[in-house]
Design a protein around this ligand. Sequence first.
Ligand SMILES: Cc1cc2nc3c(=O)[nH]c(=O)nc-3n(C[C@H](O)[C@H](O)[C@H](O)COP(=O)(O)OP(=O)(O)OC[C@H]3O[C@@H](n4cnc5c(N)ncnc54)[C@H](O)[C@@H]3O)c2cc1C
Length: 422
Amino acid sequence: MKKAIVIGSGISGLSISAMLSDRYEVRILERSEKAGGLIKCDRIDGNLFHRVGGHVFNSKDQAVLDWFWKHFNRDEEFLKAIRNAKILLGGKLIGYPLENYLYQLPEHETRAIVEELIQMLVNEKDKTAHYDNFKDFLIGNFGENLYRLYFGPYNSKIWHTDIGKVPLEWLDGKLPMPQIKEVIISNIVKKEESNMVHASFYYPKVDGSQFIVDRLAKDQNIQLSFTVSNIAIDVNGLLSINNNQIFTDIIVYCGDVRQLHNIVKIDDAELKNALESVADLPSNGTSNVLCETDENDISWLYLPEDQFKAHRIIYTGNFSDTNNEGSNRKTCVVEFSGKQEQEIMLEELKKLPGNLKPLAFNYEPNSYIIQHKETRHKIVNLKQHLAKYNIYLLGRFAEWEYYNMDKAIEAAMDLNKKLSES
Ligand SMILES: Cc1cc2nc3c(=O)[nH]c(=O)nc-3n(C[C@H](O)[C@H](O)[C@H](O)COP(=O)(O)OP(=O)(O)OC[C@H]3O[C@@H](n4cnc5c(N)ncnc54)[C@H](O)[C@@H]3O)c2cc1C
């Protein structure tokens, strides 16, 4: 059997390893002392801490679902929930997605929004359907009033970047494409459902996304605490890792593409240029606080207003009771954009609902990728150069794509197919 090295044991690395293992002798090399990447969780005095986000699973792609459920017993091992997300505006909880719950806003806001939407509807024949960037898309589809109230402040907070510079293709397929007529009708008939991917979701009964990691990692050959710092070609044309410590036929790299220019030592000027072209792509981190909270039935609470530094509370304790094993209250994760000082977060928690009591903190420097206009082109170009040497990119930070777990699995399936055909 040929040898494959997979760098990184996040959901991308674990998925592609499982897929390749019928044709390759696969080994995963993982820098951290624990597998899982962004989806790994810890127990803090019995309570489950999603160190980043609060990962739930679903997919719109039947092939992804089929692959995933081959590894798990859906009915025995997972809970299924309907998303109950809310937006905190003016001290009131408003339904999500906001455009379906305009009737819950103060009357003057509802009037301004509906009048603007009707005007947009009337002018629609003059409107061009194409938007260049995320901000224009949001204003063009939802109007200035909804942008001012929610879409502008929330998205600017979470992405921590000028969303007017974010190309729309970045979020292709991940955005709701509302029709104004539908928005107005939804508010009259009080339609709640949404066709977004996490409108309903699956969540492991025990251990959250760590359960997914542990199951997928079970039959894999993973070497933990192994940082790949050097990739070269040896005299026989084989790929060599960390100065001839490991030899392999192919490499699937699931780490941060920005670091590859320091790692790949292959004498090829075009490859070097391609590697350097992605060395300074921008990203954003998140600071998370695991907290105890008062009971509620919410899954996600969005916090667009400037008065709060946090942008979201994820009520992970509502996803499964086993997440609250160390507490007689419920638990949740409060998410802040970027790196925040602990003292500041402690002050901020006091402003939020639920009598929050902090239990643990985490800062993840790489959580959100930010694409610019030329980013996709640079990555495609780099992939072509790396493929000449049997090195492939896969995953959120390797491909610089705004992947959820399901999209990472889908990308692994595509790569597996490509490799099986070559
Ligand atoms: C706040 C937040 C909430 C989210 N919520 C959801 C959700 O609810 N549902 C969902 O489906 N998705 C969600 N996602 C997306 C999901 O987290 C990602 O799609 C997924 O975790 C990406 O996995 P990955 O394997 O591509 O990358 P990673 O998880 O980043 O894995 C990369 C791995 O490579 C290792 N590595 C890097 N460099 C090296 C090296 N040189 N040598 C050895 N090892 C190396 C790293 O240590 C890491 O373990 C969320 C993301 C965020 C940020």
